[in-house]
Design a binder for this molecule. Structure first.
Ligand code: OSB
Ligand code: MG
Length: 382
């Protein structure tokens, strides 16, 4: 438990470039198959993208909110409002990113909206410097671990088929969604068929402490972790649950900041944290949390929000940072979309690993015709 120097000091000192234009573009892409969780079933990805133009350089970032508040309180609508009416007016050329973050703190919460701007600025600065994003973050390139999140299925046969396909691709771990009434038997079916699989479950907050005896039955399956078993805004009860369970608890929804992560660790509410860069307000807070967790013996991984190629690439670059010790929800583009808005798509190599897209910025190129084809809303803010 040695305190390390801040992993973001250099980033905080970067200057915000002069921005010529800011656009918010909402795109809607059909999923190849519906994605089911205990809270909702999504059939399309509706993503709000931010386009920053500065001296002929164009950077794209992605807001990871959904159109609805079923997983998280922010929506594409609230993010648009907060970005347009409160956050963008705080952005001034020449100020440092550290100063901008301090100004953003005046707006409580709304991490996904904040992340859209902060990540966009970091990507823009990387492009202007001719650096890949991970290079700007001060991290060397490496192969990124893959992980698949399998949604709730109608039948166990469908679930087993999805797991079998993922195992054949050499995904480094498989996560299956569970909910009340679709848990122990379904996990047993997968475990019986794949005894050595690195397997975990995600309940998206479907249980309460009244389900303790039932949840303890999951201890029999050698799971890597159980993600967010209890309420989306709880830390305290997870600490009580972790004391009773052998299986590591991983918090997702409950962690909005470094302070939340520190509280969860101090209370013993989890042994693993899922960092969604959007949910915690951007790449810099993500790096701080990952470093803090590494210093406190807590593993972290990069969560996904079924992002388009833009957000997916950001998550890939982030995983070069210190502390990302476990495979995250980073899977092939074809798992979500027949045609993404950016190229190249994410594919696994023969070992089930992912290469960081080459080139400056996030490395993937947004295809203008596909944006035009998928855009359902376009608004120029400046
Ligand atoms: O709980 O991690 C989650 C997707 C949307 C909302 C919440 C979650 C998820 C996933 C899929 O599990 C992550 C992904 O594959 O990008
Ligand atoms: Mg989750």
């Amino acid at each position: 438990m040695t305190a390390s120097p801040s992993p973001t000091a250099t980033l905080e000192a970067l200057a915000v470039p002069k921005i010529d234009h800011v656009d918010l573009v909402t795109v809607k892409l059909p999923f190849v198959a519906p994605f089911g969780t205990s809270v909702y079933v999504w059939t399309d990805k509706e993503a709000m993208l931010m386009r920053l133009e500065s001296g002929g350089v164009t950077a794209w970032s992605e807001c990871v909110s959904d159109p609805d508040p079923f997983y998280f309180y922010e929506t594409n609508g609230t993010a648009r409002h907060i970005i347009k009416d409160f956050l963008m007016p705080l952005v001034e050329p020449g100020m440092t990113l550290g100063e901008l973050e301090a100004r953003f703190r005046h707006v409580r919460g709304h991490g996904m909206a904040k992340a859209t701007i902060e990540n966009g600025l970091l990507i823009l600065i990387a492009l202007q410097k001719g650096l890949p994003l991970h290079g700007l973050l001060g991290r060397p390139a490496k192969k990124i671990m893959s992980g698949l999140s399998i949604g709730l299925k109608q039948t166990q046969a469908e679930l087993l088929a999805a797991v079998e396909k993922a195992v054949a691709k050499k995904y480094q771990r498989i996560k299956m969604k569970i909910k009340k009434g679709q848990d122990v038997d379904w996990v047993r079916a997968v475990r019986d068929r794949f005894p050595d699989l690195r397997l975990m479950v995600d309940a998206n907050g479907d249980y309460s402490l009244a389900d303790l005896a039932h949840l303890k039955r999951l201890d029999a399956f050698g799971l890597m972790m159980i993600e967010q078993p209890l309420s989306y805004n709880d830390i305290f009860k997870h600490a009580a649950l972790q004391k009773e369970m052998k299986t590591a608890i991983c918090l997702d929804e409950s962690i909005h900041s470094l302070d939340d992560a520190a509280a969860a660790i101090a209370l013993g509410a989890c042994r693993i944290i899922n960092i969604k860069q959007g949910r915690v307000g951007g790449l810099m807070e993500s790096m701080r949390i990952a470093r803090y967790c590494a210093d406190h013996g807590v593993d972290v991984w990069s969560g996904g929000m079924d992002e388009t190629g833009i957000g997916r690439a950001v998550n890939i670059h982030l995983q070069t940072a210190e502390g990302f010790t476990l495979p995250g929800d980073t899977s092939e583009t074809s798992n979500y979309f027949d045609e993404d808005i950016a190229d190249p798509p994410v594919v696994l190599d023969p070992d089930g690993l992912i290469d960081i897209p080459k080139g400056p910025g996030i490395g993937v190129k947004v295809v203008p015709e596909r944006i035009l084809k998928r855009a359902i809303r376009w608004e120029r803010l400046q």
